[in-house]
Design a protein around this ligand. Structure first.
Ligand SMILES: Nc1nc2c(c(=O)[nH]1)N[C@H]1C(S)=C(S)[C@@H](COP(=O)(O)OP(=O)(O)OC[C@H]3O[C@@H](n4cnc5c(=O)[nH]c(N)nc54)[C@H](O)[C@@H]3O)O[C@H]1N2
Ligand SMILES: Nc1nc2c(c(=O)[nH]1)N[C@H]1C(S)=C(S)[C@@H](COP(=O)(O)OP(=O)(O)OC[C@H]3O[C@@H](n4cnc5c(=O)[nH]c(N)nc54)[C@H](O)[C@@H]3O)O[C@H]1N2
Ligand SMILES: [Mo]
Length: 782
């Protein structure tokens, strides 16, 4: 095999390296990708930006006064650039300090985030492996993506990862589905990504095919521009944010009331329908959950909802539910209600029927390709038992020793003295950033590996510069994608940046765990080893990989497509005994005895409507009358590449755009292009007004991703000049069951910003100083 083209992989896609007479000129779209993402093309220029971290750097007070010195100055005082050897000695000494003084349970290595696409240089796996090699760390469980659903769904149907990987292929949908009802749209912007790299962007062609096949498509959503089917093929039904559970309950009620429910399926494949029906028809609380009831909550006219429910019962129908719906207070309920509605309709397991969780959030769903176990780095064993649900990080730091509920048990927040983070950005992703900034003062030491001087790096004590995916060899692979990619370095690392692996290998040696961490392999040997392990696992599935040398020479390997069309839950439908689910009953649990047993007031034993803390029907809406949706950005992945030309071109006067309805703009004297101040009791930020009717009145939409940029650097409770919606969002768990991220439950007010416009400084480097050896403490050794 010889190499015909040179490929690289990012979460946004597989790209071709554009090489001319030996010199790389940039990246270009993969020839066979039907809908390539422009985001990744921006990597080539962006990774040479001056915002990259070039040298190891230590916060001044921490360096000269020691761990724990003046934590309130994080983000505000200069960094001192030091040699690699010095920096690694400091990190190693501090890990030893914490281990001997407090034990490994004082080290937080949750380190949540996506980092880069290659499967070996996956920063999070690397940091977990390092910390496990030296005695373990406090970990985080679940994700910001799917906090509520990851905990709920295994109790009532199946783990989310299994469900996501078994969606009907788009071909199956096109051949069978006649009515597709989506809650929260099916946006191509989100399906640009798949963790590890999408080689074939299928969403837009998939929806176009559905339209051609005459499938009726309905979008129940507070915004209209999130369903990327051809123009004119989608009916939009606006819904008040966070009220979807009420709509779903009413749809189920109307189907049963009309006698159109699938009694046989409910008997053979489900448990708990009777208990749920007692609630739906008002036996248990005196309120029938009919379409009129739901209209008062959701704003959807009762006849519209009733007719839609009956239409679903009358044809091959599918209900799709975006992940954003569960990223909310009581976020379990729309998921459980959608599953219960799909069960009442009885089409789960039929081609093109049932429930999707979901088409849209990533490219994975709808793939016709074989599920194949790709290369993964083992993280080792963690000797520390303590953990937190991922979005409870500020609670943990603020309330060490306090108890919290999670998934049927009570746990205690550990007392953290050292945070070690690689491959994620909490000052982008966490809710109520002002609260996080206060919580961030708790530990004595915060160590971060970063590529760029974002807020996360600036808020650390020790910053170690990491390479990007274009600067190192790796293997690119994403679940149910067609290509395995030999990612070869195409540009030099900037300054003294090093691979996370190389950093951790040197650190492990200092901590006496060099052999455990590296197993004696360098990067090239690891790539070969991971590839060969993966080839072993593929063989029983009938997938024969070429030798590593052949793969590396060819630069890519095309995986075979699945032999059969993929039909979601087909086997379970055909034989619910032989293919029982992993739920306690082996069936779909419309009511769950186990969850009932947890006795949580905020998540009872079947799907219910409970008003969220903040919504348009809440009393608080009198003061903060707009519901803020902070969705995923179409110009980047989270905060990654926020500084790229492609992302910057989308900003309004340098601020993140906020979309508002013309009526809401007019009432506040706001015109398109104005800078506005968005605020509530938790915080305030600037944003750039975009005025149109893609959002319903009372709703504003600002995507995540803008780097946090407070007017007083690093300081909580000052205006964010740039537009990170997380200064506004609420940092409380979805429920006692999941403790999931509830970012979409958020009321705000906004006004025109008339003051002098402060410049955006998010992409500036912090002040950097040279080492002053005279100031070093004698014990520092270096
Ligand atoms: N309001 C609101 N907030 C949200 C959400 C929302 O919907 N609304 N969504 C949530 C969701 S679903 C998610 S997944 C999170 C996103 O979570 P984030 O943590 O914000 O996003 P990531 O893309 O994971 O961040 C990756 C970070 O790792 C760095 N990085 C990339 N490659 C490497 C590498 O090789 N080595 C090292 N050391 N670093 C690297 C990047 O520079 C970047 O800072 O945000 C959550 N926050
Ligand atoms: N380009 C790009 N793609 C991404 C990401 C990215 O950062 N950039 N992030 C990736 C990650 S980590 C994740 S977890 C997924 C997330 O995938 P999702 O969570 O599904 O994505 P969102 O864009 O937050 O929300 C989807 C839609 O739901 C709507 N919505 C919000 N609240 C409600 C509600 O209460 N009811 C209804 N009916 N609709 C509502 C929003 O308007 C939005 O259009 O996306 C992935 N894809
Ligand atoms: Mo996510």
């Amino acid at each position: 095999m010889t190499q015909e083209r040179e490929l690289t992989s990012a979460h946004w896609g597989v790209y071709e390296v554009d090489r001319h007479e030996g010199r790389v000129r940039g990246l270009k779209a993969l020839a066979e990708d039907p809908d390539p993402s422009p985001i990744g093309l921006a990597m080539w220029d962006a990774y040479r930006s001056p915002v990259r971290v070039h040298r190891p750097a230590v916060r001044r007070s921490w360096l000269y006064e020691g761990p724990g010195a003046r934590p309130e100055l994080r983000g505000r005082e200069p960094f001192v650039e030091v040699e690699w050897e010095h920096a690694l000695d400091l990190v190693a000494q501090d890990i030893e300090r914490v281990r001997s003084q407090h034990g490994n349970q004082a080290i937080f290595g949750g380190s949540y985030g996506w980092s880069s696409a290659g499967r070996f240089h996956h920063a999070q796996s690397q940091v977990h492996r390092l910390l496990n090699a030296v005695g373990g760390y406090v970990r985080s469980v679940d994700s910001y993506s799917l906090g509520a659903a990851r905990v709920l769904m295994p109790h009532v149907i199946a783990p989310m990862d299994e469900l996501m990987a078994m969606h009907h292929g788009w071909d199956v949908m096109q051949a069978n589905t006649r009515l597709l009802v989506a809650f929260g749209g099916i946006p191509a912007k989100n399906a640009q990504v798949s963790a590890g790299g999408a080689a074939e962007h299928r969403l837009r062609p998939g929806l176009a095919g559905l339209a051609r096949a005459g499938c009726r498509m309905v979008n129940i959503s507070p915004v209209s521009d999130n369903f990327d089917a051809p123009a004119g093929s989608v009916e939009w039904i606006p819904i008040r944010p966070n009220t979807d559970a009420a709509a779903l309950l009413a749809m189920a009620f109307e189907v049963v009331q009309a006698g159109r429910h699938a009694t046989a399926f409910l008997q053979s494949h489900c448990v708990g329908f009777d208990a749920w029906w007692a609630y739906l028809n008002g036996e248990s609380d005196g309120v029938a959950k009919n379409a009129e009831w739901a209209a008062g909550i959701t704003g959807i006219p009762a006849p519209v909802l009733r007719q839609l429910a009956l239409d679903m019962a009358g044809t091959r129908s599918f209900v799709n539910i975006a992940w954003s719906l569960q990223r909310a207070d009581h976020g379990e309920q729309p998921y459980w209600a959608a599953l219960s509605l799909a069960s009442v309709l009885g089409q789960i397991g039929l081609p093109g029927g049932g429930l999707g969780v979901a088409y849209g959030p990533a490219n994975l769903m709808g793939s016709p390709h074989t599920k194949f176990p790709g290369p993964t780095l083992s993280q080792g064993r963690n000797a520390v038992a303590a953990f937190i649900p991922v979005a409870r990080i500020a609670d943990m730091l603020l309330h060490p020793g306090a108890r919290f509920d999670y998934n049927g048990a009570s746990h205690v927040y550990p007392d953290i003295d050292l945070i070690y983070w690689a491959g994620g950005n909490p000052f982008h992703h966490h809710q109520d950033l002002n609260r996080l900034a206060r919580a961030w003062r708790k530990p004595s030491t915060i160590i971060v590996h970063e590529q760029v001087w974002n807020a996360h790096a600036k808020m650390a004590d020790i910053v170690l510069p990491a390479t990007s995916t274009l600067e190192r060899d790796d293997i690119g692979f994403a679940t149910r994608e067609p290509l395995l990619v030999a990612m070869k370095a195409v540009m030099p690392a900037p300054g003294q940046a090093r691979d996370d692996y190389a950093i951790f290998a040197d650190l492990a040696r200092r901590l006496g765990a060099g052999e455990v961490y590296t197993e004696g392999r360098d990067t090239a040997q690891w790539l070969r080893h991971l590839y060969e392990e993966s080839a072993e696992r593929a063989r029983p599935l009938g997938v024969e990989l070429p030798s590593f040398d052949d793969f590396w020479r060819a630069g890519e390997f095309r995986l075979p497509a699945a032999k059969q069309p993929v039909v979601m839950l087909e086997a379970f439908r055909a034989d619910p005994v032989a293919h029982a689910l992993k739920t306690p009953s082996g069936r779909i649990e419309i009511a769950s005895a186990r969850i009932t047993g947890f006795a949580y007031d905020d998540c009872p034993g079947h799907a219910v409507w409970q008003a969220p803390r903040e919504w348009l029907g809440a009393a608080a809406a009198a003061v903060h009358p707009l519901h803020l949706i902070s969705d995923q950005p179409h110009t980047k992945l989270h905060s990654q590449l926020d500084f790229s030309a492609y992302s910057l071109a989308n900003k309004v006067q340098g601020r993140e755009p906020i979309v508002l309805h013309p009526g809401d703009a007019k009432a506040r004297g706001i015109a398109a292009g104005d800078v506005v101040r968005v605020f509530n009791a938790r915080g305030a930020c600037l944003a750039g007004a975009v005025v149109n009717e893609t959002v319903m009145p009372g709703v504003v939409r600002m995507s995540t991703g803008a780097w946090w940029d407070p007017v007083a650097a690093g300081e909580a409770d000052t205006l964010d000049k740039h537009g990170n919606p997380n200064v506004l969002t609420c940092d409380q768990g979805a429920s006692r069951l999941s403790q999931g991220c509830a970012a979409q439950t958020c009321l705000v007010q906004l006004e025109r910003f008339n003051g002098e416009l402060p410049p955006v400084t998010a992409y500036d480097r912090p002040a950097l100083e040279a080492l002053d050896r005279g100031k070093m403490r004698s014990s520092d050794g270096a």
